[in-house]
Write a protein that binds this ligand. Structure first.
Ligand code: ARG
Length: 307
């Protein structure tokens, strides 16, 4: 809150100074490049003049200044969440290739590598807390600073958290017994569907599949095991984990593109504390750098494309 007021005042004073620069350009004054801190007394007089001179040029100049001042402010601001030098990240490491527990018992995967790269750009240490997926959103701002968990941006989640810029496009897949002939949305009607609790797969199975009986699991792999044991008819889960499970249980199950069942596109983003615009700006600019310098593509190759 405070910050945006400061940003606006800063922009206003720059705009005022700029206008003065335009007005006094012939007199050789160099007011436009004066440090804002040096112009505090000048501001009050100048503001009145700025108000009067509402030419198109000065309005445009003011707008341009407002934008760049806004960006500088946001970029310079450091979130309180990072004040201790540690970014505490919540995940649910049951979602390969985005997050899983490696052979040493440590969370690893695309998301973990991505958030560590972000931490490096921000100059903070990253610690990862592995917890239930359904607890992540409500833990942001208390137990954890942010969450990276192949989490789809949804309107409902946006009521409690903010999201970074999206970093990956996804869709739900349907995992079926290898010999199943189900191929359209109508074929799912009345099925017993296994899902991971609190995921978008859960929401689709519950809200969009007619007559469904939904079995919720804490881990996606448990749903898949129950599919193999014949306890559920299919599993609805995100594309990449579905493909990992398909190859892990080769010959027993098949993963079918949800587009065939009319499931829409989803986007993954990092969930952030609501209203922490400084943190959002810092994480988004780190993400942008990681995309621009090739790190992001490297991570896609290492973790996702070698599935
Ligand atoms: N994309 C889905 C969602 O946001 C599933 C994410 C599950 N992630 C996990 N780490 N278990 O609901």
């Amino acid at each position: 809150m405070k910050k945006s007021v400061v940003a606006r005042l800063f922009a206003m004073s720059l705009a005022a100074v700029m206008t003065m620069g335009l007005l006094t350009a012939c007199g050789g004054g160099n007011a436009a490049s004066t440090e804002p801190a040096d112009t505090k007394e000048a501001d009050t007089q100048v503001e009145a003049e700025a108000e009067e001179s509402k030419t198109e040029e000065s309005t445009e100049a003011a707008e341009a200044e407002t934008e760049s001042a806004g960006t500088e402010e946001a970029g310079a601001e450091v979130s309180e969440a990072l004040a201790d030098g540690v970014l505490t990240v919540g995940t649910n490491a049951e979602f390969p290739p985005f997050e899983y527990v490696d052979d040493n018992g440590e969370p690893d995967g695309f998301d973990i590598a991505l958030i560590k790269a972000i931490g490096e750009k921000l100059g903070v240490e990253v610690t990862v807390e592995n917890m239930e997926f359904a607890s992540l959103v409500s833990s942001i701002g208390s137990k954890i600073d942010v969450s990276i968990a192949g989490m789809t941006v949804t309107d409902e989640r946006k009521e409690s958290v903010d999201f970074s810029e999206p970093y990956y496009e996804a869709v739900q897949y349907v995992i079926l017994p290898a010999d199943s002939e189900a191929a359209t949305a109508a074929d799912l009607t009345g099925m017993t569907i296994g899902v991971q609790l609190g995921t978008t797969g859960d929401f689709i199975a519950t809200d969009d599949v007619e007559g469904s009986v939904v079995q919720q699991y804490n881990k996606g792999v448990d749903a898949v095991n129950d599919l193999i044991n014949g306890r559920v008819d299919c599993v609805i889960i995100d594309k990449n984990p579905a493909l990992v499970f398909e190859s892990k249980f080769e010959g027993q199950i098949k993963a079918v593109d949800g587009a065939q069942f009319e499931f829409g596109a989803e986007e993954y983003a990092i969930a952030l504390p609501k209203g922490d615009t400084a943190l959002a700006a810092q994480i988004n600019s780190a993400l942008e750098e990681i995309k621009a310098d090739g790190t992001f593509d490297e991570l896609v190759k290492t973790y996702i494309e070698q599935e």
